[in-house]
Design a protein around this ligand. Structure first.
Ligand SMILES: *Cc1c(COP(=O)(O)O)cnc(C)c1O
Length: 430
């Protein structure tokens, strides 16, 4: 892989840059707003050096852990938060939240179409929302919500990929719903991300028709707008610390934030009903979680700029992008329809070669468990699997789209995107 950019790709990149000035300014404004909100949370909670100290064993009285919860809550507009390195990933965190809130006999309603792949086994459904994969019962008996007698309902997105307000109203009128589930980010689909404003519209409908809890899968959405779903009236948000809110520094972990009563229910599920948030040794992870949260608004801004630049550059090259370089953004994900498997491979190899870690590796498509086609990924990250760092994923199937996200700093990520563009241009001229 070339370590320089040819003049034609540079020219395209310059044209792309000249078109996105206004977008970059808007992102800077959002970043500044969120950065001050977050700084304010640190000041208000009197964060100090001793909060970074390590605890072991039960972790009783871990002052830093409690202060981190409180700072995090203030940064996302929550009453309380539960932020732990023992929440192993986003899927685990969302699972804890769902099991924290739901009881046997309850019904959950997802109003944003089929949820993110890895949540399906938690619910106990498959990709088509009803039947199981290949006639098997892949997730039965492993402790899914369905195993515990919790039923699943879903309203699909409309033809524009937006929530269907009529269908949501009807679903809430038809039967008692105990939890409404909203996925903010597009995940690995081509639907648009959901704005906090739209989430507010859903909240309004739900509040009129029921007393269901409202849980938002907030993955990839944190700090992408000046407000969070809690500001629009959702009860609870949850996500991963190796995405936006870990700022690229948290080495793992997840968070649940929102109303104190519900956060406590989730904490009781994560540990034990008599323990809640009062146990859990931080084992020296707090400094990087504090520092990551402090950096999160800025790093999210860098990732948003990277996404806008990638959209503009590939638009210059004639590709369809979603969101487009001039669309409003509600998450950090950029999809680009490349149109052939060769270009997907070239793109991912370009991104990989522009990474600070494992730049010499050449990604190969592989049969990933749970997917029906081969998948290729680029991930040259300091933190394994971290997708707030520049990364790309693509299933090798039509429309041969790649999903790009992250970028700890725009200057470096921009170079990675240029390498990807150059590699795609070479692949198309072959
Ligand atoms: C990443 C993601 C998850 C799951 O997170 P993992 O950390 O990969 O387990 C859930 N929902 C959405 C929308 C995501 O983007």
């Amino acid at each position: 892989m070339d370590s320089f950019i040819d003049s034609e790709t540079e020219k395209l990149a310059e044209r792309a840059m000249s078109k996105i000035g206004r977008r970059l300014e808007i992102i800077d404004k959002i970043t500044e707003h969120n950065q001050l909100k977050t700084l304010d949370a640190f000041r208000k909670n009197y964060v100090c050096e001793s909060h970074f100290a390590e605890t072991t064993g039960y972790g009783y009285g871990d002052r830093g852990r409690d202060v981190l919860d409180s700072v995090f809550a203030d940064a996302v507009g929550a009453q309380s938060a539960f932020v732990r390195h023992t929440l192993t990933c986003g899927t685990h965190t969302l699972t804890v939240a769902l099991f924290g809130l739901l009881r046997p006999g309850h019904k959950m309603l997802c109003v944003t179409g089929i949820p993110y792949d890895t949540i399906l086994p938690t619910i106990g459904i498959c990709g088509d929302g009803k039947k199981s994969l290949g006639g098997k019962e892949p997730f039965g008996g492993k402790g899914s919500l369905r195993d515990y007698g919790i039923e699943y309902r879903q309203t699909d997105l409309d033809i524009n990929g937006e929530p269907d307000f009529d269908a949501i109203s009807k679903a809430l009128e038809k039967e008692k719903i105990d939890l409404v589930y909203i996925q903010r980010s597009r995940g690995y689909t081509l639907r648009p991300g959901l704005s906090v404003e739209k989430i507010g519209e859903i909240v309004k409908i739900v509040r009129e028709k029921s007393d269901a809890y409202i849980l938002v899968d907030n993955c990839y959405g944190e700090f992408a707008e000046t407000c969070e779903p809690l500001d629009s009236g959702a009860d609870l948000i949850a996500g991963s610390l190796i995405k936006n809110p870990g700022g690229g520094l948290a080495r793992n972990g997840g968070y649940i934030a929102g109303s104190s009563k519900l956060v406590d229910l989730c904490a009781c599920r994560a540990t034990a009903p008599g323990l809640g948030a009062e146990v859990g040794a931080s084992l020296g992870t707090l400094r990087s979680m504090f520092m990551g949260l402090f950096n999160a608004p800025h790093v999210t801004g860098e990732a948003l700029k990277t996404a806008v630049f990638a959209a503009a550059l590939f638009e210059e090259m004639g590709y369809e992008t979603t969101p487009s370089s001039d669309d409003e953004r509600y998450d950090i994900i950029q999809a680009i329809k490349l149109g052939s498997p060769e270009k997907l491979v070239a793109f991912c190899r370009g991104i990989q070669s522009g990474s600070p870690v494992d730049s010499f590796a050449a990604p190969e498509p592989w049969d990933m468990p749970g997917y029906d086609s081969k998948v290729i990924m680029a991930a040259g990250a300091f933190i394994s699997g971290s997708s707030i760092e520049l990364s790309a994923d693509a299933p090798l199937r039509p429309p041969y789209a790649v999903w790009l996200q992250g970028g700890l700093n725009f200057h470096s990520a921009k170079f990675g995107v240029k390498l990807a563009a150059q590699a795609v241009r070479k692949a198309s001229s072959r």
